[in-house]
Design a protein around this ligand. Structure first.
Ligand code: CTP
Length: 405
């Protein structure tokens, strides 16, 4: 199940470190090549020799242990991984990850890696619930780190509560599932639009909207992680650029976005239009900077832009087309109207007035509509979680469609 997969197993110093032996053994049995990095405290709970024997590889303990003069160990290790699994993760290592501290081999490797990171925390119930730890976990989740929730039960410290390391078989199952998901969109070409368009009045002034591009970039990153070849056509954005390997094309206006997307449409399998596109633009764009006049009023004349999604819907061949609908009322009615009018396969609707949804926040609350009506309604989730659920739904529906054809 994990044949050919290269996993770096990080072990930090909590009593649950002894369970890392079982995790390591199960990963190796499943076919993975496992390299272990331990903190010094972890070695108090379990010996490096145990992990070396189980992983059949040398165990990394000290940043300055350079086994191979041809490479720098922590960089080599960081680059080697398809996945870094940190189990158990103590409050201390989570704090180091959140702040970017690199003072030992494990924290340095975690900082140097561009591979996805999975974390299985284990600690005392009060530590787990501490606002500082919660804050660090939230921050790491937003950066794309995946968490395997600890269990609830009797803890080694004598307390009963949440904080017990997830069972080794559940951790390994999560790893297997993660690798399986990474092939969900293999071979698919995904075209995503993000951000808010800019419609210029003159060379320094423009009409735009509050879209940050966070949702579109989260979709692009997630699609790339699920194995797709991704192009993002981005208008004005304030979100951090997609971390994954995606082609990024910058545009400004609705018209430019239309041309750019239309040129790539025929090659796309999935098109997700999460950009906030202006419905109107100034009729004339004044060259240079517009001078004020003696008049107390200025009337701007605006004209309709082309509806990109509708244009794509009308030209649709086999593409799976997903639109977004930003609504403030009667969500279902308007979303279904957009779905039909724009010939979409799915519409993702959100109430932009709801707290935690819509523009410029890290979370979203959405309902998804298909031809048959509402097909999903998700609670408050991070935009990355929404992206993942949405792409799973798209993959399911495409597979069902392919099976029918
Ligand atoms: N959209 C588009 N081109 C436009 C306007 C909107 O492609 N000129 C797309 C958006 O990217 C989004 C969907 O249409 O995927 C819905 O956008 P929204 O602003 O909610 O809807 P509108 O069609 O503009 O409808 P209304 O203004 O009536 O709410």
């Amino acid at each position: 199940m994990l044949e050919g997969k290269r996993i770096v197993l990080g072990i930090s110093g909590g009593i649950a470190a002894y369970k890392a032996a079982s995790i390591c053994s199960k990963l190796v049995q499943a076919g993975a090549s496992v390299k272990v990095v331990m903190t010094e405290s972890a070695t108090r709970f379990i010996t490096p020799l145990t992990l070396q024997t189980l992983s059949r590889n040398p165990v990394y303990l000290d940043t300055f242990d350079e086994f191979d003069p041809a490479v720098v160990a922590h960089i080599d290790l960081a680059d080697h991984a398809d996945l870094v699994l940190l189990a158990p993760a103590t409050a201390n290592i989570l704090s180091k990850m959140a702040t970017g501290l690199a003072d030992d081999m494990l924290s340095t490797t975690l900082l140097a890696t561009t591979a996805p990171i999975m974390v299985a925390p284990a600690m005392n119930v009060h530590m787990y619930a501490h606002p500082a730890v919660e804050h660090n976990m939230e921050l790491l989740k937003r950066r794309g780190v995946r968490f395997i929730e600890p269990g609830t039960g009797l803890l080694a410290c004598g307390y009963v509560g949440k904080g017990r390391l997830a069972e080794p078989e559940d951790i390994v199952a999560a790893v297997v599932q993660w690798f399986a998901a990474s092939r969900l969109l293999e071979g698919k070409r995904v075209l995503v639009t993000a951000g808010g368009t800019v419609e210029r009045l003159d060379s320094v002034r423009y009409l735009t909207n509050d879209s940050s591009g966070k949702m579109g970039f989260a979709i692009a990153e997630t699609a790339a992680r699920l194995g797709a070849k991704v192009t993002v056509v981005a208008a004005k954005t304030t979100a951090a650029m997609p971390a994954a390997d995606v082609e990024l094309v910058h545009v400004e206006s609705a018209e430019e976005m239309l041309q750019t997307v239309a040129a790539r449409y025929d090659d796309a399998d999935i098109v997700i239009k999460s950009a906030a596109v202006a419905d109107y633009r100034p009729v004339t764009r004044v060259p240079g900077k517009m001078k004020k006049t003696n008049s107390e009023r200025l009337v701007l004349e605006l004209e309709r832009t082309t509806d990109i999604l509708q244009t794509l819907g009308a030209r649709k061949k086999g593409q799976f087309l997903v639109g977004f609908a930003a609504e403030t009322e009667q969500i279902e009615t308007y979303a279904m109207d957009k779905l039909q009018r724009k010939n979409c396969d799915l519409i993702v609707a959100n109430d932009v007035t709801a707290e935690g949804a819509g523009f410029n926040v890290d979370t979203n609350i959405v309902q998804v509509f298909g031809a048959e009506g509402r097909v999903a309604s998700w609670p408050l989730l991070s935009k990355h979680e929404v992206a993942e659920k949405l792409l799973q739904l798209v993959a399911e529906r495409m597979a069902a469609r392919e099976a029918r054809e």
